[in-house]
Design a protein around this ligand. Structure first.
Ligand code: FES
Length: 108
């Protein structure tokens, strides 16, 4: 199964540049030859709209918040097996659990 990089494309995240971030992540994943392992795709909303743009890696369950275009390279590095980008891991654990449970049900 491909791993998934979900990039919120709802209004608040989009207003903060999530569309460009998604395109850049798709490009970087492709440049790094990650297409066979990863799919970068839009998500409807993670319920943390004020913390966006939000990016969630699944099934490994990493949530990056407040992502800026400058962060995309490090996220792509992580997707390629590099370290977590800890400074972007700022979302409350209970909200994370809720969203991860939803994703575990197969709602994408
Ligand atoms: S608008 Fe992105 S989390 Fe809701």
């Amino acid at each position: 199964m491909k791993r998934i990089c979900l990039v919120c494309q709802n209004v608040d995240c989009k207003n903060r540049g999530s569309e460009e971030i998604m395109k850049e992540l798709q490009q970087r994943a492709s440049d790094k030859g990650l297409d066979a392992d990863w799919e970068v795709k839009p998500y409807m909303c993670f319920g943390a709209c004020q913390e966006g743009p939000n990016v969630v890696l699944y099934p490994e369950k990493t949530w990056y918040a407040g992502v800026k275009k400058d962060d995309v390279g490090e996220i792509a590095e992580h997707m390629a097996g590099g370290p977590d980008v800890k400074r972007l891991d700022t979302i409350d654990a209970s909200l994370k659990d809720l969203i991860y449970q939803l994703l575990d049900t197969g709602v994408f």
